[in-house]
Design a protein around this ligand. Structure first.
Ligand SMILES: [Mg+2]
Length: 272
């Protein structure tokens, strides 16, 4: 079977069922009592193109998508490791701008690697510390589903030939991690990510689209695009965060708009 047929989630399930990877239900790996580590790569032509993004913005994005997974783990970031693969013809000034963009995230780069490649690949490893990682498996019937900000900006930007600058939700993640039953960042699309909570927790997640705060210029269908990097949490009390749905007994994700069932697409790597 080719990766295009299994899809990213199918591949992970296959590896997990063979015991070759463990703990993938979390946004980041937990090592020891409080160390949290995550890694994400951005590949030219797959995750970005240079006529849509500057080197500096690419650097910030590479850092931010990893810090988003730390935020989803309730972690305080401590350090980044950066591996850059780039064509030998790349300009030094561009690479400096890339690292300046990484620096905008405010977390020190303490190591990594550089190597040559036909196209630019930037892989960031982010390390942080968290007293409590809620994970995705603890959502309970009766919980409320909340988000930390507006959704759809990434999809709207993509339609316009650009990338939205990811938010950094470190403080929000630390606050939510103290009490959330489940917590993750929205990277694959609202339905897919809500589905992670439903599957891992053994519950049904019901989302009411009318309650979802939309970014300027975004439409409901931009919610399926993902890459908004806001946090999605199942909590007993919504506090002051927008409530977009609830957790009930059952399985799967149910999307409603104006009370009617609604079909919302989701992103999955290798399949698009
Ligand atoms: Mg994540």
């Amino acid at each position: 079977m080719q990766l295009s047929a299994s899809g990213e989630l199918g591949l992970l399930r296959e590896l997990e069922s063979r015991g070759l990877i463990v703990g993938v239900e979390h946004d980041a790996a937990q090592i020891g009592p409080d160390l949290v580590v995550t890694q994400d790569a951005l590949v030219e032509g797959v995750h970005f193109r240079f006529d849509w993004i500057s080197w500096r913005e690419l650097g910030f994005r590479a850092a931010a998508v990893n810090l988003s997974d730390l935020a989803a783990s309730g972690a305080t970031p401590e350090a980044l490791l950066v591996t850059l693969a780039a064509p030998a013809s790349s300009l030094t000034a561009d690479v400096i701008a890339l690292y300046e963009g990484i620096g905008e995230a405010g977390v020190p780069v303490v190591g990594g690697d550089t190597t040559s490649a036909a196209e630019v690949v930037i892989s960031v490893t982010a390390l942080g510390r968290s007293d409590r990682v809620p994970g995705r498996a603890g959502a309970q019937p009766g919980d409320v589903l909340v988000v930390t900000g507006q959704l759809g900006a990434a999809g709207a930007a993509f339609r316009a030939g650009a990338y939205a600058r990811p938010p950094l939700r470190i403080d929000e993640g630390r606050a939510l991690a103290r009490h959330a039953h489940a917590l993750l960042d929205i990277s694959d699309g609202l339905v897919v990510d809500a589905g992670h909570i439903a599957r891992r927790s053994g519950v049904r997640v019901e989302i009411e689209l009318d309650g979802v705060p939309l970014a300027p210029g975004a439409t409901i269908d931009d919610l399926g695009f993902g890459e908004d990097f806001e946090l999605l949490a199942a909590v007993a009390e919504p506090a002051d965060l927008p409530a977009i749905g609830r957790v009930v007994a059952g399985e799967g994700v149910v999307i409603r708009r104006g009370g009617e069932l609604y079909e919302l697409a989701g992103w999955e790597h290798f399949r698009r």
